[in-house]
Design a binder for this molecule. Structure first.
Ligand SMILES: Nc1ncnc2c1ncn2[C@@H]1O[C@H](COP(=O)(O)OP(=O)(O)OP(=O)(O)O)[C@@H](O)[C@H]1O
Length: 359
């Protein structure tokens, strides 16, 4: 940077772009520090422009957090969940993130962090809701894949977390299974065989220490997900580590209804601009806006309750996104198909004796 005046030493500047730490040295010849300030402001504004309406997602590579593709914010309304439950969670997170709450915690010497566990079958919206919470509160989200970590990397990554972020710890039941017989200090028991030294293992005791905030910054919202809460060690989900335990069930009548509305919501459909672009071609006969509540009821009445995940129901509706009437007409065939597929997979995956097993 050129300017009149006396040559100065290079200035080391730490630029915090969101939460990605980048270090830069700027040499400045001059006496007016406002030039540097303006430059930094300009960089900051540029960055904020880039991440507007995006949720920045960070994943780990070895011991470092790496930004992965930032995603468009997922609006909270796009995740179908019991309405009271959704409101309760948003209120809870909002209260936690309120600066006054932080002061409240610190004056009482309590580590300022909050944990949720989302549990339920695959495809019920656990990860989707975690991402939409991050978007809703304008927070970056740090995603951890426990089976690829060991104790050291887990501790390092938690130390590197910024203040105020969402940490998504997916499939925490994998942690339980990874405990070794030799890890006597771990809470609870384990029946897994001992790990080889090279194996990537996170012990339960290390995870518990990390969750308790030893060495990690305050203000983080931890969201753990699992398909098998019954397999988790109680220590992992006790209050303080998992303050809210939220079940994401298979779809009941209310959820089926909501999904139908969500898919055929005329407001969402009509804001898509060019209809041919998003593949929705509603013909005149199927302008169903005002009939939607009745159609949703009809659909919900035909779908067996608590048998299918929202993801499964959505996949059927997406195939019929041009026609809610076809979606309703096709329910029985779709139900039969999914049931048959499940039977097939169960048989394929089950342990059966082959012809050559010598019995
Ligand atoms: N309740 C829901 N509301 C809206 N979309 C949903 C819901 N549940 C599932 N989906 C859709 O189904 C797909 C899978 O959802 P998601 O990954 O959030 O499920 P999950 O419960 O985290 O599954 P898993 O336990 O397998 O990780 C996503 O495309 C998501 O949009």
């Amino acid at each position: 940077m050129a300017g009149s005046g006396v040559a100065r030493k290079p200035l080391a500047v730490l630029l915090l772009f969101g939460h990605t730490r980048e270090e830069a040295s700027i040499s400045y010849f001059g006496r007016n520090p406002s030039v540097l300030r303006e430059l930094l402001d300009e960089c900051r504004l540029h960055y904020l422009g880039l991440v507007k309406n995006k949720t920045c997602v960070f994943e780990h590579q070895a011991e470092e957090w790496k930004p992965s593709k930032s995603r468009s914010k997922r609006d909270i309304s796009t995740v179908v969940l019991n309405k009271e439950l959704k409101k309760m969670l948003l209120d809870d997170a909002s209260d936690f993130l309120n600066p006054a709450t932080q002061t409240w915690y610190s004056t009482r010497g309590i580590h300022h962090q909050r944990g949720y566990i989302f549990h339920g079958p695959p495809g019920t919206g656990k990860s989707s809701f975690a991402f939409s919470i991050a978007g809703h509160f304008d927070l970056d989200i740090y995603v951890l894949n426990i089976p690829t970590l060991n104790n050291h990397t887990l501790k390092t990554l938690f130390t590197e977390l910024p203040r105020h972020c969402v940490v998504l710890l997916e499939d925490v039941d994998a942690v339980g299974l990874k405990r070794t017989i030799s890890s006597n200090k771990d809470v609870g028991q384990s029946i897994s065989p001992p790990q080889t030294p090279a194996a990537k293992t996170v012990s339960l005791s290390t995870l518990l220490n990390v969750l308790d905030g030893i060495g990690s910054p305050e203000g983080r919202l931890l969201i753990m997900t699992t398909n098998h809460i019954e397999n988790l060690d109680p220590a992992l989900i006790r209050p303080g580590r998992a303050d809210q335990k939220v079940e994401f069930p298979l779809a009941d009548e209310d959820i089926i209804n909501q999904i139908f509305f969500f898919i055929y919501n005329p407001q969402l459909t009509n804001t898509g601009g060019d209809e041919s672009e998003n593949g929705v071609h509603q013909n005149e006969e199927e302008k169903v806006d005002c009939k939607l509540p009745k159609l949703a009821q009809e659909f919900a009445a035909k779908v067996p309750k608590l048998e299918f995940s929202p993801a499964e129901i959505m996949s059927h509706l997406l195939v019929n996104k041009q026609s809610p009437l076809n979606a309703i007409a096709g329910v029985d065939t779709w139900v039969k198909k999914i049931r048959e597929e499940r039977m097939k997979f169960t048989r394929t995956n089950s342990w059966t004796l082959g012809d050559n097993d010598g019995f």
